[in-house]
Design a protein around this ligand. Structure first.
Ligand code: GLU
Ligand code: MG
Length: 429
């Protein structure tokens, strides 16, 4: 009797350039304890495909990618092929112990630290902006935020909503954005690991659904130096004993003391954090004033140029539940788990030291006297290297690899002008 080939299980991780990489095997053979083989140096692959020079792993060692059963998402068959069952995995040593360079494990550790030291949990939502183009080259002509833009990309939008539903990922909003063909989707808040897993899966789903309709979904931070940027905005709020712990109507910026300290921790480490949350060779072209991305290292009330924006509370909603901050200086070239882990460690440091905020920016960021963000990725990397507290959060090999990737990528695009760099990244992300 001939055996029927069944669908694949793809067991994947998301690496330091935010690409989902992994291995497939027949779904029937998946093993949730031993997983599949993996190689430490895989973490050092750059966005352009080479391996970062001077990475600490070289040709040595072996790991396992151990799938998390709860993350299963079925990707519909492409071009008549079978569906693929994707599983997010942790990177584990051969003895079954967690690998200290695994970004997903780092996030689990950070979540545990916030809980153990301060009894706090986080509620998190990632908002992704991206640009849809047609493979036949016909340009998108819909208007900013307009109904015609939404209709122009159909059936992409409604198929994406279906894909989210079948993946068990709730879709909150589907927005035509400012740029031609630019869209944003939001998902409701969840615990940090679920939110970061969703950030990985939803981007891959969006690209996949677009490909099925002869379109492309690009999450590159900036398609052209003069174009609109694609942000990744991360909303967060604190919870204690399952209840909201961020809102105090009498507090500075309506924030509880502990939410202020958590925010102050993010501002304290902001310069180095940027090297993790906006790590590509074009990320800092987006992070310039007047793009509504992020300009100043401050907390701003309903201000889209502040690193941390206090989000509005609509009349009629419960302020305790609604109140949250938005970190605006991330983009889709950042690893979601490492981004979230670094933000949490910064918050823990703010809470440990009882840091306080100098104030809340009410008007324009540029006129507020708030320090500006680093102007370049190099400045952010120097800040990361010089921040001893940040370096205590992560394994030295993980930091060395993260920084090494940026140096190799910088060399790879050294001959390109900004427009050519943006064009390259639009093909990569
Ligand atoms: N596209 C802007 C960015 O790059 C954000 C616009 C908005 O606030 O939705 O971050
Ligand atoms: Mg937006």
């Amino acid at each position: 009797m001939t055996q029927q080939a069944g669908p694949f299980a793809f067991i994947g991780t998301n690496d330091l350039v935010a690409m989902t990489r992994g291995r497939a095997l027949p779904l029937a053979d998946i093993n949730f304890t031993t997983g599949v083989g993996w190689v430490p140096a895989d973490l050092a692959v750059t966005a352009m495909g080479g391996v970062a020079e001077g990475n600490p792993f070289g040709a040595l060692g072996d790991l396992r990618l151990v799938p998390d059963k709860s993350t299963e998402v079925v990707f519909a068959g492409l071009r008549g092929g079978l569906p693929v069952h994707m599983f997010i995995a942790d990177q584990v040593r051969l003895d079954g112990q967690p690998w200290e360079c695994c970004p997903r494990t780092q996030l689990k550790n950070a979540v545990a630290k916030l809980k153990d030291l301060h009894g706090l949990e986080l509620s998190v939502a990632f908002e992704h902006e991206f640009i849809v183009t047609r493979n036949d080259g016909v340009p998108m002509t819909g208007h900013p935020m307009a109904f015609d833009s939404m209709r122009e990309v159909e059936p992409f939008g409604s198929e994406l909503a279906k894909a989210f539903a079948s993946a068990g990922i709730p879709l909150e909003n589907w927005l035509p954005e400012y740029g031609a063909g630019q869209f944003e989707y939001t998902t409701p808040p969840a615990d940090p690991l679920t939110a970061a897993d969703r950030a990985v899966i939803t981007k891959d789903l969006a690209r996949d659904v677009a490909a099925r309709h002869d379109m492309r979904a690009s999450f590159a931070p900036l398609p052209h130096p003069t174009g609109v940027g694609n942000g990744l905005h991360i909303h967060f709020s604190l919870r204690r004993d399952g209840k909201p712990a961020s809102y105090d109507s009498d507090g500075l910026g309506r924030m509880t003391r502990e939410f202020q300290s958590a925010a102050a921790g993010i501002l304290e480490h902001a310069r180095g954090l940027l090297a993790i949350t906006a790590p590509s060779q074009i990320s800092f072209l987006r992070l310039t004033p007047h793009r509504w991305s992020a300009g100043g290292v401050c907390v701003g009330d309903q201000n889209r140029e502040a690193l941390l924006r206090i989000c509005p509370i609509p009349a009629g909603s419960d302020p305790e539940k609604m109140f949250n901050l938005e970190y605006r200086a991330a983009d889709a070239t950042a690893n979601p788990w490492l981004t979230m882990a670094a933000m949490i460690y910064a918050m823990v440091d703010g809470l440990d030291r009882g840091l306080t905020l100098d104030g809340i920016v009410e008007g324009e960021v540029e006129e507020s006297g708030a320090p500006m963000l680093p102007a370049t990725l190099d400045e952010a990397i120097d800040a990361l290297k010089g921040d001893a507290i940040m370096n205590s959060w992560f394994a030295a090999d993980l930091m060395a690899t993260h920084i090494g990737i940026r140096a190799t990528e910088k060399a790879a695009v050294a001959e390109l002008d900004d427009a050519a760099k943006c064009a390259l990244y639009a093909t990569l992300y």
